[in-house]
Design a protein around this ligand. Structure first.
Ligand code: DGL
Length: 268
């Protein structure tokens, strides 16, 4: 048994889509969440910069005495996965493997689309990971950099979101994909408009639930579950406006967020 919290982090609010699934699947676990909203988006930055930010975020979370770390961000997972998997003595969970496995399970015509930030798409990580599982699958990728800004603004389902989505996704529609990986944790917030543009025949894969399942499995395997008689404690931190984080974050989680803390992340 281990009553310490799980650390979950992202460049901003997108990781809350992962946290939501974790809270639903393992409601007895405590969590510390950090969203680096002040420096988002990460996905348009260089790999070196993303790695630097990732390690600052990790150092902050390690100061919170966590028992497990969830990189709830595809961009950070894509840029620094090999580095973070050897460096810490707690389990580190990322989002790319679980999402890829789910896409391979779902596709029928073996034509899979992947959308993500420029950094994630340029890394080619999804294509490599999916093809490693099943080499006969064709993968078509598209960077959608403006989606993160739409998500962080709360513009999840308006005319502007729809127009931008059409512009980005029309090339993928032409490839006749039957499965689309939302390869950025911000994108499930836009899933209504993405589904509308792609049509109902295309299955959207969000890694959030798959990641939550991995967190549960690792906790059970390593015997680090929290005492179920205790209530969970959720703590939230951001590097930008606490008020905006609490308001938008609360609507993502479907429950209110109080007393979020402000972090000077550059100091870590
Ligand atoms: N939510 C992040 C991801 O999954 C990154 C968004 C960004 O900061 O660009 O890639």
């Amino acid at each position: 048994m281990d009553n310490r919290p799980i650390g979950v982090f992202d460049s901003g609010l997108g990781g809350l889509t992962v946290l939501k699934e974790i809270m639903e699947l393992i409601p007895t676990e405590s969590v510390v969440y950090f969203g680096d909203c002040g420096r988002a988006p990460y996905g348009t930055k260089s790999k070196e910069m993303v790695i630097k930010y990732t390690f600052q975020d990790i150092r902050f979370l390690l100061n919170q005495d966590i028992k497990m770390m969830v990189i709830a961000c595809n961009t950070m997972s894509a840029c620094s996965l090999e580095l973070v998997q050897h460096d810490f003595n707690i389990p580190v969970i990322e989002v790319i493997q679980p999402g890829s496995r789910c896409a391979v399970r779902e596709t029928r015509n073996k034509r899979v689309g992947v959308i993500g930030t420029s950094a994630t798409v340029n890394s080619g990580i999804y294509e490599k990971t999916i093809k490693k599982i099943d080499d006969s699958i064709e993968v078509y990728s598209q960077a959608c950099p403006l989606f993160v800004n739409l998500a962080e603004e709360g513009w999840w389902d308006n005319d502007i979101a729809e127009r931008i989505t059409e512009e980005y996704l029309t090339p993928l529609k032409k490839e006749k994909i039957d499965t689309l990986v939302l390869g950025c944790t911000h994108y499930p917030l836009l899933s209504k408009v993405i589904q509308k543009v792609m049509g109902d025949d295309v299955k959207l894969v969000s890694s959030a639930l798959e990641v939550a399942k991995v967190v549960k499995e690792v906790g059970q395997k390593d015997k680090m579950n929290r005492d179920e008689s205790l209530s969970p404690v959720y703590r939230y931190y951001t590097s930008d406006s606490v008020e905006k984080f609490e308001a938008l974050g609360g609507s993502i989680l479907g429950k209110s967020i109080h007393s979020a803390g402000k972090v000077e992340i550059d100091k870590f």
